[in-house]
Design a protein around this ligand. Structure first.
Ligand code: GLA
Length: 413
């Protein structure tokens, strides 16, 4: 159990304490696995859409969500596969005397908003916490799980991101101080409880766990009905954050598959000062990881270049490949990494990422096909130029800093 005291203190500071309601006792994980093992009916490929947090954070409003829905349609993103519009933290108001949660003044009528989003052929996602408060200090679902799930279903919600936040200090650390195993059972039970509450609504709702990748969530996420689980802390719009998250994903491929996915966090494409190469590499590698493609940028002010990245259909097809095999890192040499992903129909995607300085033809990177178990020459498609490329063993590659060579080979051998 890796719960850092520093984080717990940060959560305590962020989340004013509220009364602790009783949680159910820890349940048996193996037993849950049996109970929740019905065939998954959502997220057969990873969810694609847009989430409000990375650009708007606490300022998001009803109008921003409507604008995002309009823009997904107008920019062609919806046609490219982006269907979920996910409202992150800060939509929540207070509970009334019956415990019914109301929206705050930024979201006057959630049902009307859901109807609007649905009228565009899109789906609506929402956010809560198993704790008394969300990470931004708004009302969480503790003690009101079934009531909240029913409320979401009555609004027409299609996706829930459930973020641990204050559950750590207010439940885990209070109910089981100094007992890490008991704390973990409390956490798993809380995620299981909301899964059952969502299923009881009868509405297909994608269930997304957010607990920052602690406690090997990829090992037990499916047992609590999760369709995806965050594998990392929060992403930021800079290369170091993106590249360090990428490296943390190596070794997790075996846990992902249709209906249950690793989530290396939402996209930062188009945010901060990411260069064109960094946007391309970030997007390509999230596709290699079979990650949810949840854009997090300012859609109404998106540049044509960012739009071209987010709507590259060849790259999206890698992400959405129906086999659902996540990429593995085949080898690294200095600051160059080579990843491969097996695709349906026997095809393969190969990504060469340059995390270092520019490599010119005077000192190129030599791609070893032998290390990938392949033999050249191999014809493929360069997914960023759109042109045919022939890969040969030890071929010299010129690759700019933070850029990527991303190739789909139809018949690898
Ligand atoms: C946590 C999550 C973020 C976001 C914020 C909202 O930090 O990891 O993705 O949802 O909470 O408060």
């Amino acid at each position: 159990m890796q719960i850092s005291t520093a984080f717990a203190l940060a959560v305590l500071t962020l989340c004013p304490l509220a009364a602790i309601a009783q949680t159910t006792p820890a349940t048996n994980v193996t037993q849950n696995h049996v109970q929740n093992s019905a065939p998954p009916h959502v997220a057969q490929t990873t969810p694609m859409g847009w989430n409000s947090w990375n650009f708007f954070a606490g300022k998001v409003s009803d109008q921003d969500i409507r604008n995002a829905a309009d823009q997904l349609v107008a920019t062609g993103m919806k046609d490219a596969g982006y269907v979920y519009i996910n409202i992150d933290d800060t939509w929540e108001g207070d509970r009334d005397a019956n415990g019914v949660l109301h929206t705050n003044s930024k979201f006057t009528d959630m049902k009307a908003l859901a109807d609007y989003v649905h009228s565009k052929g899109l789906k609506l996602g929402i956010y809560s916490s198993p704790g008394p408060k969300t990470c931004a200090g708004f009302e969480g679902s503790l003690g009101h799980e079934a009531q909240d799930a029913q409320l979401y279903a009555s609004w027409g919600i299609d996706y829930l991101k459930y973020d641990l936040c204050s559950f750590i200090p207010d439940v885990m650390m209070k109910q089981a101080p100094d007992d890490k195993a008991a704390q973990m059972h409390l956490m798993i039970a809380a995620y299981d409880k909301m899964d059952k509450a969502l299923k009881a609504t009868g509405r297909p709702i994608v269930y997304s766990l957010c607990q920052y990748g602690w406690d090997a969530v990829w090992e037990w996420g499916p047992s609590v009905g999760a369709n995806l689980w965050r594998t990392t802390g929060d992403i930021q719009a800079n290369w170091n954050s993106i590249y360090s998250i990428l490296n943390e994903q190596a070794g997790l491929a075996k846990y992902a598959g249709p209906g249950h996915w690793n989530d290396p966090d939402m996209l930062e494409v188009g945010n901060g000062k990411l260069t064109p190469a960094e946007n391309r590499t970030h997007f390509s590698m999230w596709a290699m990881l079979a990650a949810p493609l949840l854009a997090g940028n300012d859609l109404p002010n998106m540049t044509p270049e960012v739009r071209a990245v987010l709507t590259n259909r060849d790259v999206i097809a890698i992400d959405q490949d129906r086999l659902g095999h996540e990429a593995t890192r085949a080898y690294s040499e200095g600051e160059l990494d080579v990843w491969t992903r097996h695709l349906s129909g026997g095809a393969m995607a190969i990504a060469v990422v340059n995390a270092g300085s520019d490599r010119y033809l005077s000192h190129p990177f030599h791609l070893s096909l032998a290390k990938l178990g392949l033999h050249g020459p191999l014809k493929g498609k360069d997914l960023w130029t759109g042109k045919e490329i022939t890969l040969t063993d030890n071929m010299p590659l010129e690759l700019a800093s933070h850029d990527i060579l991303f190739v789909r080979v139809a018949s690898p051998r």
